[in-house]
Design a protein around this ligand. Structure first.
Ligand code: TYM
Length: 456
């Protein structure tokens, strides 16, 4: 079974070296592992919490998309999408909101920092704090849990949010009595867990201390690097590397051997001006080829739109069936008798299309089974063995009337299984890939809809 790795970037600004080294680069490396099922997205709903400048949010979504692709993310193997193209995310957010303790959100760092600042300034504690900021961790939990991600690679500032996502998932599972959610694990790239900015604090849009990755070209990159704050030691004097932002940034881009040589040069008295030039050249060597791809992508927004819409379709193949289960779990169910769960107009097979069909057979050991074939002849289900033909017939009849929306369909191991009264009655063909399994679930539901409609 592949490990689902998921991460997002808030689309409030221009990608900087911290986003790249701390999140994008390791995530792209991970996506090349055949054992990884990568889900990477633009957190554009999160952006609205921090920015009310529509043009800036719109531009940032494009820039961050282009950065992922220019960095080498392959949209055919990874799933890349915009958070706001997945309506199941805000829907799940509400289900999670209703099981999240308010006290948990009171402890969220970003909210607490805003409150502490207000109190220190003798303002009302919640002055200028939106409900969006308060709910930020629940939206982030929905991002992760809508896809049942196993691993979430992030910088250190996000660790608390992943812990909260685990808490919220556990609480939902407990209240509704089943492991609907896997508990996500945080993954930190130790080498570059927090990339410092120009002033030595964490590189962050909010501190205005960032070094742009692509914007402004090599000139802007060099100019920013020249502004990195250093101590006042003159050329010839030995330099400390321990708490040096400049050296830490170098390490995030260099091999261990290059870093050791650079440290030796600094200890040996290399001037800060020259050191900054070395740092610029090291980063530029990595960034220049990516910048070319980035510029070319930014000139083709339609192509990026197509890639993101295809990514959203892949992502929704996972989120839609999960939300169906969750709605059922919390009691948001159809009022109709199960066989009529879906409107006939949407479920009647096209007049010329062949309806799904059952084929019964007897095993060599004397047991009875049946298969369900889709309209195109695909085998969707192989039943469990039944001791006698009557029992097999009863099960077949149950499947003919249940309808896709009400059927209990789950993913178990590599298979999609169908349950009646809690017992497995059949399973589909094996798919090691979860996206393919989710698509198989949708096909099975569509076939059950068509069978139920044909009974009317
Ligand atoms: P955001 O947009 O602030 O940052 C994106 C990612 O970059 C990391 N990062 C850094 N890493 C190292 N050094 C730095 N100076 C640095 N600055 C930023 C962040 O830790 C993050 O991994 N809430 C998230 C976005 C998000 C998300 C999610 C992430 C929304 N939903 C679900 C993971 C899973 C955020 O604002 O990241």
């Amino acid at each position: 079974m592949r490990t689902r790795v998921l991460t997002g970037i808030t689309t409030t600004g221009t990608p900087h070296l911290g986003n790249y080294a701390g999140a994008i680069r390791p995530a792209i490396v991970a996506s090349k592992d055949p054992g990884v099922d990568a889900f990477y997205f633009m957190a554009d709903y999160h952006a609205l919490i921090k920015a009310d400048d529509a043009a800036r949010v719109a531009a940032s979504r494009m820039k961050i998309t282009a950065t992922w692709l220019a960095g080498g993310l392959d949209p055919d193997t990874a799933t890349i999408y915009r958070q706001s193209d997945i309506p199941e995310v805000p829907e799940l957010m509400w289900l999670l909101t209703c099981v999240t303790a308010k006290g948990l959100l009171n402890r969220a760092h970003a909210y607490k920092a805003a409150v502490d600042k207000n109190v220190a300034e003798q303002e009302d504690a919640d002055a200028g704090v939106t409900a969006g900021l308060y709910m930020y961790p629940v939206l982030m939990a929905a991002d992760i849990l809508a896809f049942n991600a196993n691993k979430v690679p992030v910088g250190r500032d996000q660790i608390q949010h992943i812990e909260m996502a685990r808490d919220i998932a556990q609480r939902f599972n407990h209240i509704y009595g089943r492991d609907y959610f896997v508990l996500p694990e945080v993954q930190i790239e130790e080498q570059v867990a927090t990339l410092p900015g120009l002033d030595g604090r964490k590189m962050s849009k909010s501190y205005d201390n960032t070094i742009p990755l692509f914007d402004g070209g090599p000139k802007a990159l060099r100019e920013s690097i020249m502004k990195i704050v250093t101590d006042s030691r003159a050329p010839g004097e030995p330099k400390e590397t321990e708490d040096s932002a400049l050296f830490t940034i170098f390490k995030a881009f260099a091999t261990p051997a290059e870093s050791a040589a650079f440290a030796d040069a600094l200890h040996g008295g290399l001037g800060w001006g020259e050191a900054k030039q070395v740092l610029f050249e090291r980063i530029e060597a990595d960034v220049a080829p990516m910048r070319e791809r980035y510029d070319s992508l930014m000139a083709r927004p339609d192509d990026m739109e197509d890639i993101l819409l295809a990514g959203a379709a892949k992502a929704r193949a996972i989120a839609v069936p999960l939300l169906e289960q969750l709605r059922d779990a919390v009691g948001l169910r159809t009022f109709r008798p199960v066989a009529k769960a879906v409107e006939p107009a949407t479920t009647k097979p096209a007049s010329k299309a062949k309806p799904p069909r059952f084929a019964s057979f007897r095993e060599a050991d004397g047991s009875f089974r049946f298969r369900l074939f889709g309209a195109d002849g695909e085998e969707l289900l192989l039943s469990v063995p039944f001791a006698d033909p009557k029992a097999a017939g009863v099960a077949r009849q149950a499947l003919s009337v249940v309808g896709g929306a009400a059927a209990a369909i789950e993913s178990q191991g590599d298979h999609v299984v169908l349950l009646v009264d809690g017992a497995i009655v059949g399973q589909g063909q094996p798919y090691p890939d979860e996206v393919a399994r989710a698509a198989a679930m949708l096909r099975l539901r569509a076939a059950l809809d068509a069978l139920a409609a044909a009974q009317e």
